[in-house]
Design a protein around this ligand. Sequence first.
Ligand code: G3P
Length: 218
Amino acid sequence: MKFFIDTANLAQIKEAQDLGVLDGVTTNPSLMAKEGISGDTNVIAHYKAICDIVEGDVSAEVISTDFKGMVREGEALAELDEKIVVKIPMVKDGVKALKYFSDKGIKTNCTLIFSAGQALLAAKAGATYVSPFIGRLDDISTDGLGLIENIRVIYDNYGFETEILAASVRHPMHIIECAQIGADVMTGPLSAIEALLKHPLTDIGLAKFLADHAKANS
Ligand code: G3P
């Protein structure tokens, strides 16, 4: 299972990279705005800075919603670095753009996926990744993890190579359950990744080991 971090914050990306378990980064326009990144030149520079930190795929989202605009933006983004994955929203022209980029061998991530039908369409169009937003479905009392299960079944039925990228992950149980279901990738905040390593019995056990060692060596 690949671990992506869902942020445009360079310090957090570096921290996750230094942990040694990071496989990539996902961003979106809201995450870029949160870091105060605006204007084409700054946005491009920021994507380059992210690519310099990580070794894996970096999703960079287009702002256009029409086919021509998505192609123009996506081609410019893809030229920045071979790690760039063009992130495209699930709209009609987005499906056409997924097919266009797939035919050109440019990696894509189809975002804002909230149904199995959308995921099926993205796979048919040749998306490299499909991003179901599980946290936002949970927010409206709908089963986000159930959607991951449904997509897994559909993709396995037909051998689709599109990778299921569980997005809008909010906490460690989302990650664990996505791993049990067989999501190929999860993207979440650093806090959710770091929460995986915590257990009170680990802390208690370590404190006792160190105390016993200190007593024996005093
Ligand atoms: O990758 C999509 C993700 O950024 C959405 O997360 O927490 O805003 O629902 P969230």
